[in-house]
Design a protein around this ligand. Structure first.
Ligand SMILES: O=P(O)(O)OC[C@H]1O[C@@H](O)[C@H](O)[C@@H](O)[C@@H]1O
Length: 277
């Protein structure tokens, strides 16, 4: 894989081209994947044309890394701080993998008093992208964390997109604050949708008239979050165009209901894999 440093909307990023012609763009800010275009079928991720690239604000789209907190479930900024900081590139030692690393610093310790190393490995294969987040406790006391690979999948039209594979999964519907078992064989989206599911063992499938994408995640990611803001909430998001919600669906590999407590020296990894079917 050929990896080059580029500027993307004025900010430092890496652009990788794999042997089969598929491409990947990752911002150093947040180690956020911004684009994945397999050789067949073009771009698969949604990046808002109004996303803010100022080296501080969380970027709307691609694959934000939410860590060490999910959403507002804690005292840290929403979705933690890792998506708001610059990561650095390191050699992965593997030709198909791009690696970025974030270690604790004065800035992180002000928010969260723990010694850590976070690593993002983005691995390209034909028609396939795997993003793996690895956390290591580099300190001498245990700490708890939550995490999510908050993937914005590109959809042609949310009205015709279906997400299969969650039937039978325990669901917390955050919009209605209702807990239930999912009954639908295929989720459809016609309004705000924000739910946390117990992750099923089998992969999910995003089905659109134009094709299918398989979404799988590591067993260490015990939840799958599905989010689309819908028209009303979408209109309030300053960094998304009014019609932006029609072209995205977040399917997130997450570890949130039971945070991991990482012992000194211990390591945790969670991954999500996207595969064109
Ligand atoms: O606007 P943010 O901070 O990137 O968060 C986006 C969304 O992220 C999702 O994971 C949450 O389930 C939603 O509740 C949240 O609104």
């Amino acid at each position: 894989m050929d990896i080059r440093s580029i500027e993307f909307r004025g900010q430092p990023a890496l652009h990788a081209v794999a042997a089969d012609g598929s491409t990947l763009t990752v911002a150093l800010h947040g180690a956020q994947v911004l684009s994945w275009a397999p050789a067949r079928g073009g771009e698969r991720l949604y990046l808002s044309p109004k996303a803010v690239f100022d080296g501080q604000t969380a970027i709307r789209g691609g694959i934000p890394l939410c860590c060490p907190q999910f959403n507002q479930r804690g005292m840290l900024p929403k979705h933690g701080f890792m998506r708001n900081l610059p990561w650095i590139r390191e050699e992965s030692g593997v030709s198909d993998t791009l690696r970025l690393v974030l270690r604790d610093s004065e800035a992180t310790r002000k928010l969260w008093p723990h010694a850590f190393e976070a690593r993002l490995d983005a691995t390209l294969a034909a028609g396939q992208l795997r993003t793996a987040l690895t956390l290591t406790n580099t300190g001498d006391a245990p700490w708890p964390f939550s995490a999510a690979l908050h993937t914005y999948l590109r959809v042609d039209d949310i009205a015709t997109a279906r997400l299969e594979g969650l039937q039978g999964a325990p669901r917390w519907d955050a919009v209605r604050d209702v807990r239930q078992t999912e009954t639908a064989a295929a989720l459809q989206f016609d309004a705000e949708f924000d739910s946390v599911y117990t992750a099923p063992a089998q992969p999910l499938r995003l089905v659109q008239p134009g094709g299918m994408l398989e979404i799988s995640q590591s067993a260490s990611c015990t939840e799958t979050v599905v989010w689309n803001p819908g028209a009303a909430l979408g209109a309030t998001l300053a960094d998304m165009p009014e019609e932006g919600f029609r072209h995205m669906l977040c399917v997130e590999a997450a570890r949130i209901d039971e945070p991991v407590v990482l012992a000194p020296g211990a390591q945790w990894q969670g991954w999500q894999q996207l595969r064109v079917l």
